[in-house]
Design a protein around this ligand. Structure first.
Ligand code: C5P
Length: 229
């Protein structure tokens, strides 16, 4: 299991200070909507300048018509990130069109599909998707798997069932991690590192419990120590 730290701080300077504090660790860094809209490609280049070995996950959750999503994916190729994501609810045609467009690239990034956002509770999810989370997340994962994607974003609670319904090597990436039981904030379906480990999750995403800590590097070290147990 690998650790991915969310760079969701209010300014690029604060994000880069966090990156610098974590430069010696073998981790992924997640560049999400806030940071990418504000700081763009220059931010990704600045991360690589700190340490080119950092793996970067561009969390923009693409959702549009198939051709527009495939065009966006081709533009992402110029950013040289290692992973990006789309919404599974954009549909199989969109996911297949995008994957076909990336076929000609030798070193394409991993492509994941968002199933159910971890901020949804059952009632909120049903109001939008007309189904319970477990059932729909599994169907979205099967759609993504059959469309040739590399994995899904889901909660720890759905990870094992998704792997059983697709393939053990079909990756799961789980936000909503409160490593040692910290405050859930706006996340509903939260889990600890130990729970993620037991569910055979491939990547855990941790934001606030790291960047709001007094000593983020100490929290990262504690998580990495648990991952290597
Ligand atoms: O601060 P926290 O650990 O809750 O951060 C979780 C990160 O994962 C945020 O950047 C959020 O946008 C992202 N995310 C999520 N749920 C998803 C997909 C991404 O919380 N389904």
């Amino acid at each position: 299991m690998e650790l991915c730290v969310a760079l969701d701080l209010p300014t690029q300077e604060e994000n880069l200070a966090l990156v610098a504090a974590l430069q010696s660790y073998n981790i992924w860094l997640k560049v999400g909507l806030r940071s990418y809209i504000r700081d763009g490609k220059a931010f990704i280049d600045a991360i690589n300048a700190v340490n080119p070995d950092f793996k970067i996950f561009l969390d923009l959750k693409l959702y549009d018509i198939p051709n527009t999503m495939a065009d966006a994916a081709e533009s992402i190729m110029n950013l040289h990130v290692d992973m990006f994501n789309v919404h599974a609810s954009a549909g199989t045609k969109a996911m297949q069109t995008l994957m076909r467009r990336l076929e000609s690239y030798e070193n394409r990034p991993l492509v994941l599909a968002v199933t159910a956002l971890t901020s949804f509770d059952e009632a909120g999810f049903k109001a939008v998707y007309g189904s319970d989370i477990a059932h729909k997340a599994e169907q979205f994962a099967i759609d993504a798997y059959e469309s040739g994607l590399d994995g899904v974003v889901c909660s720890v609670l759905e990870s094992a069932a998704i792997k059983a319904a697709t393939h053990s090597r079909f990756a799961t990436l789980t936000p909503g991690i409160r490593p040692f039981g910290e405050a859930a904030n706006d996340q509903e379906r939260v889990a600890t590192v130990a729970m993620a480990d037991a569910a055979k999750v491939d990547f855990i995403v941790v934001g606030r419990p790291i960047y709001q800590a007094k000593n983020p590097a100490a929290v990262v070290e504690k998580i990495l120590a648990q991952l290597s147990e």
